[in-house]
Write a protein that binds this ligand. Structure first.
Ligand SMILES: [Zn+2]
Length: 892
């Protein structure tokens, strides 16, 4: 990368004099009396301490940005004028964030000034700045990104068209233009873009003028509303555009031309309109921006991103075949999630990244509420339980769990916090707040908060203060218990009966050793009894519980239950430990339980027992194979199918007799194939079982079936083999080196040369259990990463060492481990996430110890790397424990 500061050498020890001769890591020097002297460390990212000091320097800022885009060159150029009002005459340098570009010139108040640039930020000496208004004009160049962050450029392999989009959160907006990249320096943006003629340019406002300039066009946009730079955007390309409107708000939907035939705009617009219908009255604030664009983009790192009025979505939301209802619901959910951010996040924004959770938890909860209240989907909360809540429970039991609210010292730490706690647990506890405060009071508190802080920044205290005021309740204790303490409590119910009636019922709450905090929350008790062959919910009792033990007097005199569910309807955020009578009845009557949601919870509970090392794998599996076949509820089928896939994966490695392993894996494979055959033609169950079949097929017979399906020699009535499903079969064939696996890829690429096909071809090659396949892709990932897009490397890394190929990992472990230092020192967080995917489930003491040696080796690891490796080690240990339990269990 280019470091192009013209006066760098001269200024190095004058403009940032204080740094000279001092430790580069030292960030702040407080000289005692007077203004603090700021020396920003010469490192990537932004620290909270420095952001605070800069917030004191800069009173306000607005940006005028001009960018020139091009389909051919490897970099773009731009000029930004930052109209910056400073608090007093500066006594120390002002730094402007700008990662990985080159700077042509810096002018302050119409005068060219010297500056330094270290590849991370530009420094301007205080003598060139004045109190009050300063126009800081910076001309620069920057390479296009290939890692899905900053300004990403994509070339479509099918038609050669070039598309671009930005993705910034938390700290990549400064890869588009030099500016103060921190959420509490909100700004207005005035943008113009010069770009190839047939492109559409998308940002937070609609263009006011488009002029021809030779073979290009100049797009001019009016000044935007005021918001943080991480939600600013610039997307460009010859997109296919669909238009509609919702309650007067102009809507557009965009996708690549070659993907357009698979996009169902009617679904997108319907879900979008339903979300607007719900959110505007709920918040009691009209949509605060001028239009709403949704852009479906390739190589995207996340699911979607809430750029102001120009939301981006991962292309994975476009299926090339028929979607299941669950997939359609996932789309509706992500549309609602991003839209909720327009108010919560975009209109009112956290002051710093320590409140990121509030953004994400809120959007997560609100999206589900919107679906439950205003959509065609009838089981939004079951779905929430199945997805978000399980994610949260799992994350909260990992060694890397953390309080929801925690200090975030820098932008790297912010990146590591996009996790199951931030989204899942936060969303789950917001879900129980309305039960705790009352629904309308919760809504009113949220609405007042948004109204009072519109276009500004806020903190957690602002939010809790507004809720507490609306509900007239002191939320201090709630905040302490739920936001500042990590850990998942376990709830169990003990009851005695007399003459068929409950004589006494107590709820017991416990906490893990490391996090013993007990919490107060509302739950519901579900009382079930057999009636005419059905296990019926006879009574439902809402209860507020707290502390170690809560006596439930209201239960006395109710019919003695055969099953007691202490978290009926999933109100509470808690792990349930069922009493032994309920477990016994559940096992005998699981298919008689009338309510699908309860069956769902009980199936999950059973899997938890297995995962927690209480129920041996073989016993769990036998129960599933005996009972799951008659299940008809699609959510339960999805849950069971998913768990069968995981069990199969563990079976690849659990320490056990080989013939027994094969026998159990074959039993899973056979069961799944039978379900696939028996499920109704064209049903979602059929699609679900097909997906699981491609995960668990292993025997020659199953692989032959898979190949026959691919070649059309065998058909499953009602199931269309769309291009994505075809690739699943090809991947399977390659994973087992079955038949003509290589030709299968070549044949498919000849008929499907899409970007997605190329990525799936990489995955199919990487997964081959051959040393040469591993060596090739490992080299690409570790040594030639500049030659690939990050999405390509991710597809390879995700599939290089599956659980069934751990010996091939062992052969390469040394090379992977020895790369950690360099990756740690130089790579972006996005790449680090990909790199850590190389570490497989390694179900052995050696596998555990290997990671311990890395984690305790004394090297300072990037937060994301450290977290991934700790979680992997935990999973390895779990698997070892499962093996030990299995070894001691009776063989059956
Ligand atoms: Zn979000």
């Amino acid at each position: 990368m280019n470091r192009n500061g013209k006066f760098t050498a001269v200024l190095l020890c004058s403009a940032i004099l204080v740094a000279c001769g001092q430790d580069a890591d030292q960030e702040l020097v407080a000289p005692g009396a007077g203004q603090e002297t700021v020396v920003r460390a010469q490192v990537p990212g932004l620290s909270e301490d420095y952001a605070k000091l800069r917030k004191q320097q800069v009173a306000s800022v607005d940006y005028r940005l001009s960018v020139t885009l091009d389909a051919e060159r490897d970099h773009f150029s731009g000029q930004v004028i930052a109209d910056t009002r400073l608090n007093g005459k500066p006594t120390q340098p002002l730094t402007v964030d700008f990662s990985g570009g080159s700077v042509d010139s810096v002018r302050v108040n119409d005068r060219e000034v010297p500056f330094t640039y270290n590849d991370y930020f530009i420094s301007i000496a205080p003598e060139y700045l004045r109190a009050g208004e300063n126009a800081i004009a910076i001309r620069y160049q920057h390479p296009y990104s290939t890692d899905g962050s900053g300004l990403h450029r994509f070339r479509d392999p099918e038609d050669g068209n070039v598309y671009m989009y930005t993705d910034f959160e938390p700290y990549d907006a400064n890869r588009l233009f030099p500016h103060f990249d921190q959420p509490n320096l909100k700004a207005h943006y005035t943008l113009d873009v010069t770009a190839p003629k047939d492109w559409t340019i998308i940002t937070s406002v609609r263009e006011e003028k488009v002029e021809e300039k030779g073979d290009k066009k100049l797009w001019q946009f009016p000044q935007s509303a005021k918001f943080s730079s991480y939600i600013f955007s610039l997307h460009a390309g010859p997109f296919r555009v669909w238009e509609d409107e919702a309650d007067g708000i102009p809507l557009r939907l965009m996708a690549r031309r070659t993907l357009a035939e698979y996009v169902k705009p009617e679904d997108w617009f319907k879900f979008t309109k339903q979300s607007f219908e719900f959110f505007q009255p709920y918040f009691d604030i009209d949509y605060p921006f001028v239009k709403y664009d949704q852009v479906i983009v390739p190589d995207f790192n996340a699911g979607a991103m809430e750029n102001v009025a120009a939301v981006t979505f991962n292309e994975a939301y476009v299926s090339r075949g028929e979607k299941t209802e669950a997939q359609r619901m996932r789309l509706a959910n992500v549309i609602a999630h991003e839209m909720a951010h327009m108010w919560f996040g975009d209109l009112v924004t956290m002051n710093w990244w320590d409140d990121l959770w509030l953004n994400e938890s809120f959007a997560t909860y609100m999206a589900n509420l919107s679906l439950a209240r205003n959509s065609e989907f009838k089981n939004a909360w079951e779905n929430f339980y199945l997805g978000t809540k399980q994610w949260a429970y799992r994350a909260d039991q990992l060694p890397t769990t953390h309080a929801i609210q925690l200090p975030v010292h820098n932008t790297d730490e912010a990146f590591a916090n996009f996790d199951g706690i931030t989204y899942g647990k936060g969303g789950s506890i917001l879900k129980q707040l309305p039960y705790y405060l009352g629904e309308e009071k919760f809504r009113l508190g949220v609405s007042n908060y948004l109204k009072d802080l519109s276009y500004r920044n806020s903190t957690l205290d602002d939010f809790m203060g507004h809720l507490g005021k609306a509900a007239d309740k002191d939320l201090q204790q709630w905040q302490q218990q739920w936001l500042y303490q990590p850990g998942l409590n376990t709830l169990s119910a003990q009851f005695q009966c007399d003459n068929g009636k409950v004589a006494g019922l107590t709820l017991t709450q416990t906490g893990p050793e490391e996090y013993p905090t007990l919490r107060e929350q509302r739950t519901q008790l579900g009382f079930y009894n057999l009636e005419g062959g059905s296990m019926v919910l006879k009574e439902i009792l809402p209860v507020m519980y707290s502390g170690a033990s809560t006596d439930v007097a209201a239960a006395k005199g109710l019919d003695c239950p055969q099953i007691l569910n202490p978290n009926e309807g999933d109100w509470a955020f808690v792990k349930v430990n069922l009493d032994s009578t309920s477990v016994d009845n559940m096992k005998r009557h699981i298919n008689d339980i009338e309510k699908p949601f309860t069956r769902l919870m009980l199936w999950q509970n059973l899997y938890d027992s297995f995962y927690d090392g209480k129920l041996p794998l073989n016993q769990y599996l036998h129960f599933v194979l005996e009972n799951a076949g008659t299940e008809r509820d699609i959510n339960v089928i999805r849950l069971v199918a998913r768990h069968l896939g995981s069990t199969f994966r563990y079976l690849n490695q659990v320490d056990m007799n080989e013939s027994r392993r094969e026998e159990l894996q074959l039993a899973i494979e056979t069961f799944v194939w039978q379900q696939l055959q028996q499920s109704e033609a064209g049903s979602d169950a059929q699609k679900t079982w097909f997906g699981t079949f491609t995960d668990v097929a292993k025997s020659d017979g199953a692989l032959a079936n898979a190949r026959d399906l691919l070649l059309g020699e065998r058909k499953l009535d009602g199931l269309t083999l769309d291009p994505d499903r075809r690739w699943d079969l090809i991947y399977l064939q390659n994973a087992h080196l079955y038949s003509d696996y290589q030709q299968a890829i070549d044949r498919e690429l000849a008929r499907d040369n899409s970007d997605r096909a190329q990525l799936k071809a990489i995955a199919s090659e990487a997964v081959r259990p051959l040393p040469e396949a591993k060596a090739k892709w490992l080299q690409n990932i570790l040594e030639h990463r500049e030659d690939f897009k990050l999405s390509q490397l991710r597809y390879a890394a995700d599939n290089l060492f599956p659980a069934s190929q751990v010996t091939l990992y062992d052969d390469n472990a040394e090379q992977i481990i020895s790369a950690i230092g360099a990756v740690n020192a130089t790579a972006s967080p996005e790449y680090i996430g990909t790199f850590t995917d190389l570490f497989p489930l390694n179900c052995s003491e050696a596998g555990v110890q290997q990671l311990t040696a890395i984690l305790e080796g004394g090297e300072q690891l990037n937060p994301l790397m450290e977290k991934s490796l700790k979680n992997r080690r935990y999973d390895n240990q779990r698997c070892v424990d499962m093996g030990q339990l299995l070894a001691h269990a009776s063989a059956d």
